[in-house]
Design a protein. Structure first.
Length: 134
């Protein structure tokens, strides 16, 4: 069985960036069809428009491609309850705990993220890996 991986929003932002090294690493992970959540898609659209000057139509094209390429899991009531528990136990922000909850509920073993502590393990299952440190 292949280890399941979850990709955080920052990978999709770097895939569209001018930083060639980070873009290359991000695209390689994305091409392997990681698990993502509805939150990741929504954050990607928001950041591309607000911080990177993309048109709404361009951001929506990227969102459509993510829906086609990745396994998408919903942030539902169960995920929110788990996120609240994780935020309390690990002193996380609400948004980070939602990402981690979605990854855990999708049975992922690796969470690719630049925004969280590299090497941290959650619930003895999910390890954070910063792909830009490798």
């Amino acid at each position: 069985m292949t280890a399941r991986v979850f990709a955080d929003t920052n990978l999709f932002i770097y895939a569209e960036s001018q930083d060639q090294d980070k873009s290359f690493r991000a695209v390689a992970i994305i091409q392997a069809a990681p698990v993502i959540s509805t939150q990741v898609i929504n954050e990607t659209v928001s950041v591309l428009i607000r911080k990177h000057g993309f048109l709404l139509s361009e951001a929506h094209e990227i969102a459509e491609s993510l829906l086609d390429l990745c396994e998408v899991v919903a942030v539902n009531a169960h995920a929110i309850r788990k996120a609240i528990d994780l935020a309390k136990r690990y002193s996380l922000s609400h948004w980070d705990s939602l990402i981690i909850a979605a990854a855990l509920l999708a049975d992922c073993q690796t969470l690719f993220s630049e925004d969280m502590q590299h090497g941290q393990v959650f619930d003895n299952q999910l390890e954070v890996v910063n792909p830009f440190l490798l």
